[in-house]
Design a protein around this ligand. Structure first.
Ligand code: ADP
Ligand code: ADP
Length: 236
C-alpha cells in the first residue's frame, strides 16, 4: 500500500513564469510504499529540498497534490496540517536539535508530552526505543554529556516516538564523518527492518543512499531515473 503519493508536483519560485522565476520542480510524481526506505538523490540545485519540503507539508506546491496515509495534505487548513504533521510525520534534522536543558529521556518524550499522552505510555515507548538503539544508560543524562552517536540515536528516537506514518530526513549525513554517517544510516535501516517504518531521505551522499532500498534520481526538477535494490546493501 502506498503511504505517500505525489502527483505531478510543480514548484515555481518567484511568480508563475517569466523573468526572475525559477522552476524548482517540473512535474514530479512519486509513490512510496509502507515500510520502504527511499533516497532522493541529485546534484545541488536539482530540487531535492524543495521536494522534501512539499512532501512534508512545509511548503505548498504551485500545482499538483500530495497525499500521506490516504489524506490529501494540500486540502488541509493551516491548523489541520500542523496537527497532521505533529501526529503523522517524523523529522530528523541535520543538526540534532536536542534541548540541552532536558535529559535524553525528556528529549525523546517531548513529542508525546505535546500530544498529552499518558505517562505510562511514554515510559513504555521510551524504554522500547532506548533498547532498540542501545541508549538505556544515557536516559538520565543531558545531551552535552553523551557522545555524538548517542545524540544521533536520541534524535532518531524522538522522531519516532509518536509512531509517525513516515519519517523524513534532509541530508542526514550532511555534516558527519563516515563513522557517524554509518551510525545514523544503521539506525534508519533498523527502524525500517524492525518497526516497518517508512523513511524518505534526501541526500547527495552515495554512501547514505547505498543503505536505501530505492533511489530516485532527480535532475533539473524532474525525475531522471530510479533504481530498486534486489537484496542486501551491496546488491543493486
Ligand atoms: P537542492 O536541494 O537539490 O539543492 P533546491 O530544492 O534547494 O535544490 O533548489 C532547487 C532550485 O530552486 C534551485 O535553482 C534554487 O536556487 C531554487 N530555490 C530554492 N529555494 C528557493 C526559494 N526560496 N526562492 C527562490 N528560489 C529557490
Ligand atoms: P540545501 O540544498 O543544502 O538544502 P538550501 O535549501 O538552503 O540548501 O538552498 C538550496 C539552494 O536554493 C541554494 O542554491 C540557495 O541559494 C537557494 N535558495 C534557498 N533559499 C532561497 C531564496 N529564498 N531565494 C533564492 N534562492 C534560495
Amino acid at each position: 500500500m502506498a503511504i505517500l503519493e505525489a502527483n505531478n508536483i510543480v514548484k515555481v519560485y518567484g511568480g508563475y513564469s517569466g523573468e526572475g522565476s525559477t522552476t524548482a520542480l517540473d512535474g514530479v510524481s512519486l509513490s512510496v510504499k509502507e515500510g520502504e526506505f527511499v533516497a532522493i538523490m541529485g546534484p545541488s540545485g536539482s530540487g531535492k529540498t524543495t521536494l522534501l519540503n512539499i512532501l512534508s507539508g512545509i511548503d505548498q506546491p504551485t500545482s499538483g497534490d500530495v497525499s500521506i496515509a490516504s489524506q490529501e495534505i494540500s486540502e488541509m487548513s493551516g491548523n489541520e496540517l500542523a496537527l497532521f504533521r505533529r501526529r503523522q510525520l517524523g523529522f530528523v534534522f541535520q543538526e540534532f536539535n536536542l534541548l540541552d536543558s532536558l535529559t535524553v529521556k525528556e528529549n525523546i518524550m517531548l513529542p508525546m508530552v505535546l500530544e498529552k499522552k499518558p505517562a505510562t505510555d511514554m515510559e513504555t515507548k521510551v524504554q522500547e526505543l532506548a533498547q532498540l538503539f542501545e541508549i538505556q544508560a544515557t536516559l538520565e543524562k543531558y545531551p552535552y554529556n553523551i557522545s555524538g552517536g548517542q545524540q544521533q540515536r536520541t534524535s532518531v528516537s524522538r522522531a519516532l516516538v509518536n509512531d509517525p506514518a513516515i519519517k523524513f530526513a534532509d541530508e542526514p549525513t550532511g555534516n558527519l564523518d563516515s563513522k557517524a554517517s554509518a551510525i545514523i544510516m544503521e539506525c534508519f535501516e533498523k527502524i525500517v527492518a524492525e518497526l516497518n517504518t517508512t523513511v524518505l531521505l534526501v541526500t547527495h551522499d552515495v554512501f547514505a543512499a547505498s543503505y536505501c532500498q530505492k533511489v530516485v534520481f532527480i535532475k533539473d526538477g524532474k525525475i531522471h531515473s530510479s533504481i530498486v535494490k534486489k537484496g542486501n546493501r551491496k546488491e543493486f
